[in-house]
Design a protein around this ligand. Structure first.
Ligand SMILES: Cc1cc2nc3c(=O)[nH]c(=O)nc-3n(C[C@H](O)[C@H](O)[C@H](O)COP(=O)(O)OP(=O)(O)OC[C@H]3O[C@@H](n4cnc5c(N)ncnc54)[C@H](O)[C@@H]3O)c2cc1C
Length: 428
């Protein structure tokens, strides 16, 4: 819903992902007296596309969510981030290719999402259903669905956003929150290109049967973010929630998804030594449905398994772009590979940062606020893009026996340092 005051400047948001929606909520909550807001999405409805993997929202992301959203949205957070059950640890554990533990970040105790902001340590956060978080953030948002943006035109006093259906909309500020393939970024900063890491990942959503979930939980000491490092440049990464659920039917036939899953299983067999962990991974992959299980699909929209290249965008790989009415937010400005779970957290923080800068608009002019936003956003996000990139590139390299010993030593040292920092943060 836009505010009724026509005299207020209008902010146009393109893209109703986590970043765009968090910003919309924040403008309504924190800037409603200063700006009108409108939001446009290329999808035709909330059910149009797959939104359904688990993500880790860290303390900074949680803080931004609370800053940006009104109480009625905050009241629904547990739908996306259910209270932890006693067994769960919302933290990461890393094991080697046989299942021997290398790394386990400690977990501060919390009873619900509402306690995370006040936890003293930075190692706090919660595994979140991405699709349900989007549903929650849609609360009270008047989205214009089916509006695929194809570019924009600037005029002296504003900006027109152009849509594929031939329509256009005028505003004072245009926010490109339209994801990694953002047409707005391609027009505004054409030299800011996507970097391909040369690594393939396969993302699947699985309703894990209890006996397998229990085996994984035992291997990873109940840590819900689970990583197993292979020695041949391969690795697996899973995010689980231990919520009891009904099991889906037997998978149906579907040529392509089947070939992808068979390929993943073959690679696991080729790259991993025979052991219990390898058998577990194969069993897990064999549960992936090859076609849409219909209403029984837990994730609302079905995403056929496919091989995807890991990619990212480093906003500091190009000189600073012009500070003007066209603003980039989230993956549109700084996509990062999912290895460290930082992409959505940065998109949420962008919304908070941009709001805080726009709040200062009274004394400064609009472009000065945008300049400060761009500068801080680029520096923060570039750091996370680079850490995520370095981690993947390091892990994709096969290691020999010597390299393996070296890797284990490094990880154990990091583990010890993290545990010391955690102890200091939580006890002092
Ligand atoms: C497997 C996986 C695991 C991940 N795990 C984590 C994690 O643990 N923690 C974390 O922080 N991040 C994680 N991420 C990253 C996270 O999902 C993204 O960084 C985050 O969704 C980015 O939000 P966004 O709003 O910028 O972009 P998006 O979520 O991509 O939203 C962009 C929106 O814009 C719309 N759009 C696109 N083009 C147009 C157009 N031309 N016109 C109109 N609308 C358009 C899209 O339909 C979409 O709704 C993970 C990603 C993957 C793939």
């Amino acid at each position: 819903m836009t505010t009724s005051t026509d005299k207020l400047p209008t902010i146009l948001i393109v893209g109703a992902g986590l970043g765009g929606l968090n910003l919309y909520q924040s403008i309504r909550k924190n800037l409603g007296r200063k700006f009108n807001v409108k939001i446009f999405e290329r999808e035709t409805s909330p059910e149009d596309r797959w939104q359904g993997y688990n993500i880790f929202i860290n303390k900074k992301g949680v803080t931004s969510l609370f800053y940006c959203t009104p109480p009625e949205v905050q009241a629904r957070f547990p739908e996306a981030m259910p209270d932890p059950i006693s067994k769960e640890q919302h933290t990461i554990a890393m094991i080697d290719h046989f299942g021997k533990q290398l790394f386990h970040i400690p977990q501060p105790k919390f009873k619900s999402i509402y306690e995370i902001e006040s936890i003293k340590t930075d190692f706090a956060g919660i595994i979140t259903y991405r699709n349900r978080l989007r549903d929650v953030l849609l609360e009270g948002v008047d989205i214009q669905w089916g509006k695929k943006c194809i570019g924009y035109e600037e005029s002296e006093d504003g900006v027109w956003v152009l849509f594929e259906d031939g329509t256009k909309e005028f505003g004072d500020l245009l926010i490109g929150a339209d994801g990694i393939n953002s047409p707005i970024r391609k027009q505004k900063v054409p030299n800011l290109e996507i970097f391909n890491l040369g690594v393939t990942s396969i993302d699947v959503d699985i309703a894990v049967p209890k006996h397998l979930a229990d085996k994984f939980a035992a291997l990873y000491s109940n840590a819900l973010m689970q990583k197993s490092l292979g020695r041949n440049g391969d690795s697996t990464f899973s995010l689980m929630r231990l919520i009891p659920i009904d099991q889906s039917d037997e998978p149906l036939d579907d040529d392509n998804p089947e070939s992808v899953i068979k390929h993943a299983i073959l690679r696991i067999k080729q790259l991993r030594p025979p052991c219990e962990l390898t058998d577990l991974l194969i069993e897990l992959f064999s549960l992936v449905p090859y076609s849409d299980p219909g209403k029984k699909n837990l994730f609302r929209t079905y995403n056929p398994p496919r091989r995807r290249p890991l990619r990212d965008i480093d906003p500091l790989s190009v000189p600073p772009w012009k500070d003007d009415r066209i603003v980039l937010l989230g993956d549109a400005a700084h996509a990062m590979n999912p290895i460290l779970g930082l992409g959505a957290n940065n998109a949420l923080q962008d919304a908070e940062l941009l709001t805080k800068e726009l709040l200062k608009c009274e004394n400064d002019d609009l472009i000065e606020c945008i300049r400060r936003y761009n500068k801080q956003m680029r520096a923060r996000a570039s750091k996370d893009v680079q850490s995520s990139r370095t981690t993947v590139l390091r892990q994709k390299t096969p290691v020999g026996d010597f390299g393996l010993v070296f890797r284990y030593c490094i990880l154990r040292v990091i583990n010890a340092i993290i545990n010391i920092v955690f102890f200091v943060q939580t006890h002092i």
